[in-house]
Design a protein around this ligand. Structure first.
Ligand code: HEM
Length: 144
């Protein structure tokens, strides 16, 4: 199950990115359809949140199965600091912005909607363990 969840977490990143960009395009075109597309984005983001919390708590590198070298702490170990602090903080913040954007979509407030999603996009792009990243880089696609 754990591998399946990790693969799902990996793949859903693309769904979130595509939905985010799709929402931004619709917002720039001032389309009322952001009311429904923002809901799909929020559902996907909250699903990621649940899988992410599971991984960070009970996953192979989660808080309950820490395997730190003697003398180091989560904050002094770059690998654990990334997956247990930096990545979750950036992603939870982006999901908060996506949720706030959803409220703006209901009001058809295109300007605020756009800005909230731009911030969310920047946070997500900064927090993804892209393949080239030292120590924490991960594949672009599940199981690749
Ligand atoms: C927009 C939301 C998120 C995106 C796009 C995202 C993206 C990713 C990606 C691409 C990976 C690498 C997957 C792989 O190795 O195949 C990953 C791993 C991980 N993510 Fe996220 N993530 C998100 C939210 C979260 C949240 C909210 C948490 C925790 C609260 C979290 C915790 C983790 C952990 C612990 C790993 C490492 C799992 C392992 O290697 O066993 N993620 N994430």
């Amino acid at each position: 199950m754990e591998t399946g969840l990790l693969h799902l977490h990996n793949a859903l990143r693309w769904v979130i990115l595509v939905l985010l960009i799709w929402n931004l395009i619709q917002a720039l075109a001032k389309k009322e359809s952001i009311r429904s597309s923002s809901l799909w984005l929020m559902i996907t983001a909250h699903t990621m949140l649940l899988i992410g919390i599971y991984q960070a708590v009970a996953g192979r590198y989660g808080w309950t199965s820490l395997n730190l070298p003697t003398g180091s702490t989560v904050m002094s170990d770059s690998f654990y600091r990334f997956f247990l602090v930096e990545h979750p903080v950036l992603m939870v913040s982006s999901i908060v912005f996506i949720t706030m954007a959803r409220a703006k979509a209901k009001e058809l407030n295109f300007r605020s909607f756009t800005w909230l999603l731009v911030i969310a996009l920047v946070l997500i792009l900064a927090g993804i363990p892209w393949p080239g990243r030292e120590l924490v880089g991960r594949p672009l696609f599940p199981g690749a």
